[in-house]
Design a protein around this ligand. Structure first.
Ligand code: ASP
Ligand code: MG
Length: 431
C-alpha cells in the first residue's frame, strides 16, 4: 500500500479539490491507497482565532469568525456538488451545527483541551467533503476517523503517539478496509484526517501545527507502506528558499540523514518527526507538486550517493551573537561550560552555532523579545557578556568556495566555522 498526503493549499477551492481527485485517480496504481488530508486552505489559522475568541468570551466576533469558516466550506461544497439536495450539505450542516453548539456553551478552563476540540474540526470537515466528492465522481472510498487510528496520550495540542496501540489500531482497521471489496475495479481507497489523534478514552487530540505529514508517516510505518508521497505547491525539495535565492534548484534525491540535517540547520523541508519513522522502516518519501503531478519531484530515501552533489543554503536572520568571558579570567573549561549550557537550557534558547577559545565562549541564536533579555540577565550574574544583534546566519551544506564568496560579497563576516560537510558564516545586517 501507499500513503498520499495533501496539505491545505491543495484543497483551498473547488478547482483544487477536483485536481486532488484527478491526482488520486491517475496515481492510485494497483495497490491500496491511504489519503491523509489537512484542513482546507488557511482553516486551521481561522479555527485558532475562533478558539481564542471563544475562550475570551468575545461572542460577537466569535460568531462572525464561525460564520466565515462555515461559509468558506459551504462555498467549496457548492462548487463541487451542483445538486443543492445532495446529502453532503446535510452532513456539513450537522458538522457545523455541532461546532456551533459547542462554542455557545461556556468554555472550560483547559485551553489546550478546548483547542483540540475546536481546531480539529478543520480536518473533520475537509475529509468529509473530499470523501463524498470522490464517491460522487466514481471513486468509492472509506473515511476513517483518525481518532481511532492515531492513538495518543492526553497532552492536548502536542499529543504524544502511542506507537504500539496506534500500529495495532491502524493494522486492524486498514486490513479490514483493504479486504472488503468496494465492488469496483479500483483497489481500496481510504481517507483520513491528518494532524488529529485520539486518546484511548475517546478524546480528540492534535499532534502540533503542520502535523499532517507526521500522520502520513505513522500510518506508513504501521503498515510498512511501499512509499509516502507528500503533494505540495512546490516542485519538490529545493536547495534554498527561492524567495531569497532566485537560482534555487531541485534536490532530486537526498538521504533521510541529509534531510534531518537540513531541518536541524533551519531549512523548512520535512520535520524530523516525520522522517524518523520512515527512516526506521526504510520507507521512501517523495515530495511532488500537485500543480505538475507528472514531474518526478524529490525523493528522500536511504541512498546517500547524491547528498553532496548540490550545495544547500539555509538563511536565518534576526540572529544574536553573544560572547561570554569568565569575570575572573579563568579558562572556559568544563565547569564554566556546564553553567553556560544550564542557563541556555533553562531559558529554552537553542544555539545555532557555538565556538570557544581559552577565555571566551560565543554562541549564535534566534533573537526573542522575551527570552533573549532574560538569558542575558542570568549570564551576566557570573560572566562578562558582549553581544551583537541583527545578524544573519548562513549555513551551506556541501559548500563550494566560489558560491560562498558570492554570498558574502559586500558583507562583513563576523564569524565563520566549517567542517567537512557544513560551512556556517555569521554576517552583519538582516536581509
Ligand atoms: N491543518 C494543520 C495545520 O495547518 C495540520 C497540517 O496542515 O499539517 O497546522
Ligand atoms: Mg496546513
Amino acid at each position: 500500500m501507499r500513503v498520499f498526503k495533501f496539505g491545505g493549499a491543495s484543497v483551498r477551492n473547488p478547482e483544487s479539490v477536483r485536481n486532488v481527485a484527478r491526482i488520486i485517480r491517475d496515481h492510485h496504481g494497483t495497490s491500496p491507497l491511504v489519503v491523509v488530508l489537512s484542513a482546507m486552505g488557511k482553516t486551521t489559522n481561522a479555527l485558532e482565532e475562533l478558539c481564542a475568541l471563544f475562550m475570551s468570551g468575545d461572542t460577537p466576533n466569535m460568531e462572525k469568525k464561525y460564520e466565515e469558516i462555515r461559509s468558506f466550506h459551504m462555498h467549496i461544497a457548492r462548487g463541487l456538488f451542483s445538486d443543492p439536495g445532495h446529502p453532503v450539505f446535510q452532513v456539513l450542516e450537522q458538522t457545523f451545527y455541532q461546532l456551533y453548539y459547542y462554542i455557545t456553551a461556556p468554555p472550560g478552563d483547559n485551553y489546550n483541551y478546548e483547542y483540540d476540540r475546536i481546531v480539529s474540526s478543520g480536518e473533520m470537515v475537509s475529509t468529509r467533503i473530499l470523501s463524498m466528492y470522490l464517491n460522487e465522481v466514481g471513486m468509492p472510498n472509506r473515511l476513517f476517523p483518525a481518532q481511532k487510528l492515531i492513538i495518543t496520550d492526553a497532552s492536548f495540542r502536542d499529543a504524544r503517539v502511542d506507537w504500539v496501540m496506534s500500529s495495532r489500531a491502524i493494522q486492524e482497521q486498514l486490513a479490514w478496509a483493504f479486504r472488503e471489496d468496494p465492488g469496483e475495479d479500483l483497489p481500496p481507497l481510504v481517507i483520513t484526517q491528518g494532524f488529529i489523534g485520539g486518546t484511548p478514552q475517546g478524546f480528540t487530540t492534535t499532534l502540533g501545527r503542520e502535523g499532517s505529514d507526521f500522520t502520513a508517516a505513522i500510518i506508513a510505518w504501521a503498515m510498512q507502506a511501499r512509499e509516502v508521497v507528500i503533494w505540495k505547491d512546490v516542485p519538490g525539495l529545493l536547495n534554498a528558499d527561492p524567495k531569497i535565492m532566485e537560482q534555487a534548484v531541485l534536490l532530486p534525491n537526498i538521504s533521510y540523514q541529509e534531510a534531518i540535517e537540513l531541518a536541524y540547520y533551519g531549512a523548512t523541508v520535512i520535520h524530523p518527526k516525520t522522517l524518523k519513522p520512515l527512516l526506521n522502516k526504510k520507507i521512501p518519501l517523495k515530495v511532488k507538486s500537485f500543480h505538475d503531478p507528472e514531474m518526478p519531484g524529490s525523493l528522500i530515501d536511504h541512498q546517500e550517493a547524491h547528498d553532496n552533489q548540490i550545495p544547500s543554503y539555509i538563511f536565518k536572520d534576526n540572529q544574536v551573537l553573544v560572547s561570554i568571558f569568565p569575570k575572573d579570567f579563568s579558562f572556559i573549561a568544563e565547569e564554566n561550560l556546564a553553567r553556560l549550557f544550564a542557563d541556555f537550557a533553562r531559558h529554552g534558547v537553542k544555539m545555532n552555532l557555538m565556538q570557544n577559545s581559552a577565555i571566551s565562549f560565543s554562541a549564535c541564536f534566534d533573537y526573542d523579545r522575551i527570552k533573549t533579555p532574560a538569558l542575558l540577565r542570568d549570564l551576566r550574574k557570573m560572566f562578562s557578556v558582549k553581544y551583537n544583534k541583527n545578524l544573519e546566519l548562513i549555513t551551506v551544506r556541501h559548500y563550494q568556495r566560489a558560491c560562498m564568496e558570492k554570498l558574502t560579497k559586500d558583507k562583513e563576516v563576523v564569524m565563520e566555522q566549517k567542517n567537512r560537510t557544513t560551512l556556517q558564516v555569521i554576517v552583519r545586517g538582516n536581509r
